[in-house]
Write a protein that binds this ligand. Structure first.
Ligand code: HEC
Length: 202
């Protein structure tokens, strides 16, 4: 069979292209497909649990606890609750942040602490033990993050309806949501030392 020159040239060209493609260094891992982007959650924990607690969860909870409640002063017990529009806005801002922080607690693989910490006493976990507890009992941890969400959702309702009585009760519910997780994952058997029988001499 005689191949016309112009076809021959084309064939050689194609062969050269195929050879080039074969020699081209292939990337080690294939580029992720669109499906991969869909399957891998795009979110990832950026800060430690310790920072999340100290810098986000705790300060917002303090705003809520400090805004409502009774304070003993020299003039007697003073009832504290949001009064002005600005007070209510500050309260709402703290509740919103706490509510959304419940999602941050659900993000997996968050490191407990950058600088490992020792147990603070009998029945209190070290950072390595806290990490182990969370890693092995993730479903329990998540359910407790959802308790926090539930408490914050109720707080938001009470804030939006400016229901001071409900706010007082919900402050306690919030405290319980924090404590139940801490008692499970941080200080399960904490021994509180008895106060001294006799007060120390001055
Ligand atoms: C889902 C679990 C969970 C919830 C809910 C939770 N925490 Fe924590 N928190 C932890 C764990 C575990 C630790 C111990 C490890 C650490 O220190 O980060 C901790 C530690 C802390 C610490 C000490 C951080 C440090 O310096 O080591 C503070 C303060 C704190 N939490 C405040 C709160 C407050 C306030 C709330 C409620 C508004 C709350 N937490 C709700 C799990 C939780």
């Amino acid at each position: 069979m005689i191949i016309p020159t112009r076809h021959l040239r084309r064939l050689i060209g194609l062969a050269a292209l195929a050879l080039l493609a074969a020699c081209k260094p292939q990337p080690e891992t294939p580029a992720p497909t669109k499906a991969a982007f869909v399957n891998i959650p795009p979110y990832a924990a950026q800060i430690t649990l310790q920072d999340l607690m100290n810098q986000i969860v705790d300060p917002e909870a303090d705003v809520i606890w400090n805004a409502t409640g009774s304070i003993a002063t020299k003039k007697g017990v003073v009832e504290n609750y949001p009064r002005t529009d600005a007070d209510w806005e500050a309260q709402r801002r703290a509740v919103l942040r706490l509510l959304e922080a419940s999602n941050l607690l659900l993000i997996p693989d968050r490191k407990v602490a950058d600088t490992p910490f020792e147990s603070a006493g009998p029945g209190v976990y070290s950072s390595a033990e806290v990490q182990h507890q969370i890693d092995t009992r993730r479903a329990v941890f998540n359910s407790m993050a959802l308790n926090l969400r539930g408490a914050a959702q109720e707080l938001l309702k009470a804030t939006d309806t400016r229901n001071v009585k409900a706010l007082l009760e919900l402050g306690d519910a919030l405290d319980k949501a924090c404590e139940s997780c801490h008692k499970t994952f941080w200080y399960p058997d904490e021994k509180v030392p008895y106060p001294p029988l006799k007060p120390p001499s001055p």
